[in-house]
Design a protein. Structure first.
Length: 134
């Protein structure tokens, strides 16, 4: 009565596909500003060519990462050092629409249809000071 079916053998996945997703590293930037526009940049480490990087509703400019770009990376994610594609991305004029918290979602896509994790960046725009006149 109540005989169980054949035992299911648990196995580790043959390939951990997560290591093949692009990985984003943002360059340092101020999280509080009185400016209406900010520059957001960083490097994508990927095992396949990077097709595009979205920052909010914008598509970032891409180019191969240069030594100076890589030196600005505070910490390379685990497994990313072996990634053959290193792409610099930049949106030089990301708009901060409101005074207060502005959330920007950042995601990279590679040509083999793999997506990076979604990064959410919050930048606080404070009212402009009287000295700057902005």
């Amino acid at each position: 009565p109540g005989a169980a079916g054949p035992a299911v053998e648990e196995r580790a996945p043959l390939i951990d596909a997560s290591q093949f997703r692009p990985q984003i590293v943002l360059h340092d930037l101020a999280v509080v500003t009185d400016k209406k526009f900010v520059t957001i940049s960083g490097v994508v480490f990927s095992r396949s060519p990077v097709d595009r990087v979205h920052i909010g509703e914008r598509v970032a400019r891409l180019r191969p990462a240069q030594t100076a770009d890589l030196l600005r990376v505070a910490q390379v994610p685990e497994g990313a050092k072996e990634a053959p594609y290193r792409v610099y991305f930049e949106v030089p004029d990301a708009k901060l629409d409101i005074i207060g918290a502005n959330d920007l979602e950042i995601r990279a896509m590679s040509t083999n249809e793999r997506f990076s994790d979604m990064h959410r960046l919050t930048i606080i725009r404070k009212p402009a000071s009287a000295e700057t006149g902005s």
